[in-house]
Design a protein around this ligand. Structure first.
Ligand code: GRF
Length: 208
């Protein structure tokens, strides 16, 4: 399975995928890392594992549509089977979504539909969860469709939120979950065990 990972920041989710593939847990190859930020530490992580990287940012492509067209062309040229958004901060264009229907997955740091949708990313998610006083939060892996964070949910995992938690401790707890469920979702996809029926996902039994 040829995978492309799109990043904008630290790339700890990318690192989790690299590690699980190298351990042989996932039968896939990360062919390409595309970053919307030339300073993303995730680029260093990719380079350390000899994964080709491409920067598509507002400095080399000032127009958003041109950026997304560049992303689409790059994915098609590399015959990518699965696109993984791992902390990617740009909105994927409908053209890319159309071209890769139910072949783009995203990791979101809350239990969608809570704290999700346009404008909900990174710290803001955890700030609002703490402010709301939720007792449970978590992470979600879902397919990407035209509605931000609205695609079919593949995996969710929850953690308890203590009174002593703040947005930083919550972010760390949730990040650990992300590093677990994102590789799980890529593995399921690589084994063809994910079926989408309308907006719901059915996980089929595996060989073992
Ligand atoms: C994390 O907060 C994650 O929840 C979200 O993007 C952020 C960056 O993660 N998906 P990473 O360390 O760059 O993978």
């Amino acid at each position: 399975l040829k995978v492309a990972v799109l990043i904008s920041g630290g790339g700890t989710n990318l690192q989790a995928l690299i590690d699980e593939i190298e351990k042989g847990y996932i039968n896939a190859e990360i062919k390409l890392v595309i970053s919307s930020n030339k300073n993303a530490y995730g680029l260093i992580r990719a380079e350390k594992h000899n994964i080709p990287t491409i920067i598509v940012d507002r400095y080399n492509y000032s127009n958003k549509d041109k950026r997304q067209k560049m992303v689409l062309d790059t994915l098609e040229k590399n015959q990518i089977d699965l696109v993984v958004l791992a902390g990617y901060l740009e909105i994927i264009s409908n053209e890319v979504i159309e071209g890769f229907r139910n072949r783009i997955i995203n990791i979101h740091p809350s239990l969608i539909p809570s704290f999700s949708g346009r404008g909900y990313y990174g710290e803001r998610v955890h700030q609002e969860a703490i402010a709301r006083g939720v007792k449970v939060s978590g992470a979600t892996v879902h397919f990407v469709n035209e509605e931000t964070d609205g695609g079919p949910i593949i995996i969710q995992e929850a953690i308890s939120v203590e009174y002593e938690d703040n947005e930083k401790t919550l972010q760390m707890k949730v990040l650990k979950l992300e590093h677990k469920i994102l590789p799980q979702a890529v593995k399921l996809f690589s084994e063809g065990r994910i079926e989408v029926v309308k907006n719901r996902v059915r996980i089929m039994e595996g060989e073992e």
